[in-house]
Design a protein around this ligand. Structure first.
Ligand code: BV8
Length: 249
């Protein structure tokens, strides 16, 4: 922890790269354990794709409606809050996230890059027309059809990046640029299995950045970490914030 704090205290540019583990302590299941209960016998790779949606729009729309309800009930955890507070200690800190729950911004982080979109946003399937009107309420266990786009009539879909879809070009450009230029990359709560997001810590290392990972268990990226802080984000990040504050004197 002391080494991690010294690295961050001495860094002008810090990039945070977070995954689903960041929101686990907010009660949002990680992507893989999101397939509990109702969804246990479905493969997320099948549901989180355009083909999956076109094949069964009712099922995929309902899965996202169920997840959107869970996200709506969730609050930032002490990890999100500590990260937001670290902005006052490290002015050049930017958060890049694979998460679609919007909790970093809700906790007060002011500069957040969403690589995979946001489950609270909705657009239409055929033309991407934004829809910011009310959505039908969703009750556990029910299934509902996706509402039609008010502009073109095509079915509405969540404004997230599905498997096989390109990530938003502006988000990718900014995130890779920040990874190339950062002095340190703080990798939090990701298994490192989904690409190209998993490449960020490798980009940072290639350009001389130091990588600090926070995770209760090793991930597919731990090999690239200079410092591994074992534990949940909601516990480790407040400790790390205090250690950085102490290191700054
Ligand atoms: C694309 C939104 C170009 C939807 C998501 C190489 C290069 C490019 C693409 C690929 C490639 N290899 C393979 C691909 C294809 C694919 C991919 O990566 N497949 C994987 C499965 C092999 N990638 C894509 O399709 C991407 N698109 O590349 O476009 C292209 C276009 C056309 C043709 C070719 C290429 C798009 C990927 C985005 C998919 N969308 N989300 C939705 O949410 O429904 S991905 C989704 O899953 C999340 O956003 C996240 O990215 C991922 C889950 O991963 P994690 O966040 O890491 O979570 P996970 O559950 O895995 O792990 C949790 C971790 O937390 C664990 O380590 C655990 O130990 C830890 N943890 C647990 N508790 C805590 C904790 N940590 C801290 N505190 C705790 N308390």
């Amino acid at each position: 922890m002391k080494r991690a704090a010294r690295i961050l205290a001495g860094a002008e540019r810090v990039l945070v790269s977070s995954g689903a583990g960041m929101s686990k302590e907010s009660g949002i299941p990680t992507f893989r354990d999101a397939m509990e209960g109702l969804w246990a016998n479905f493969d997320p790779q099948a549901l989180a794709t355009e083909a999956g949606f076109r094949t069964n729009p009712r099922r995929v729309w309902s899965w996202y409606a169920w997840r959107r309800e869970r996200v709506g009930d969730a609050r930032p955890n002490p990890g999100h809050v500590a990260l937001a507070e670290m902005e006052s200690l490290i002015p050049g800190l930017v958060v890049v996230t694979q998460n679609v729950d919007g909790l970093h911004r809700e906790a007060g982080s002011t500069d957040v890059v969403e690589l995979h979109g946001n489950i609270r946003r909705v657009k239409c399937l055929d033309h991407g027309h934004a829809y910011d009107g009310p959505l039908p309420p969703f009750a556990e266990g029910e299934e509902q059809d996706p509402p039609p786009c008010l502009v073109c009539g095509s079915p509405l879909r969540p404004d997230v990046v599905w498997f096989g879809e390109m990530l938003p070009a502006d988000a990718v450009e900014r995130a890779w640029n920040l990874a190339e230029r950062c002095h340190a990359l703080l990798l939090i709560g990701t298994s490192g299995t989904v690409w190209p997001a998993a490449e960020l810590p490798l980009v940072a290392r290639r350009h001389g950045g130091l990588v600090i990972e926070i995770n209760p268990e090793p991930s597919e990226l731990t090999h690239a970490a200079d410092v591994f802080l074992e534990g949940p984000a909601g516990v480790v990040l407040p400790e790390l914030r205090d250690a950085v504050r102490a290191a700054l004197g």
